[in-house]
Design a protein around this ligand. Structure first.
Ligand SMILES: [Zn+2]
Length: 91
């Protein structure tokens, strides 16, 4: 029995860390990730992983609305308009 409780505690420690990390970038947010991970142990994590992952912020400089990275893939700028070091714009 002790092993089962130990594994359960380990899972919830991982689940809390997972929620903090994934809640920041997933479109469903902290509450959505937390509910899935805690109500559906293990399965919830797979659901979160399969969800339309990151929040696509888009790029306000060139209108690339599918940009998910910090620096835009088309113009290389971040939110402050700073171009990524060594970025070569596509023709
Ligand atoms: Zn851009």
């Amino acid at each position: 029995m002790a092993i089962i409780y130990g594994l359960g505690i380990c899972y919830y420690i991982i689940a809390i860390l997972y929620t903090i990390q994934e809640g920041r970038k997933r479109s469903i947010g902290f509450i959505g990730v937390g509910l899935l991970v805690f109500c559906l142990p293990m399965i919830g994590m797979f659901i979160v992983e399969s969800l339309s992952n990151t929040k696509a912020k888009g790029c306000k400089w060139c209108g690339n609305k599918y940009n998910e990275a910090e620096h835009c893939g088309l113009c290389g700028k971040n939110e402050q308009g700073a171009v990524k070091a060594g970025f070569v714009p596509r023709p």
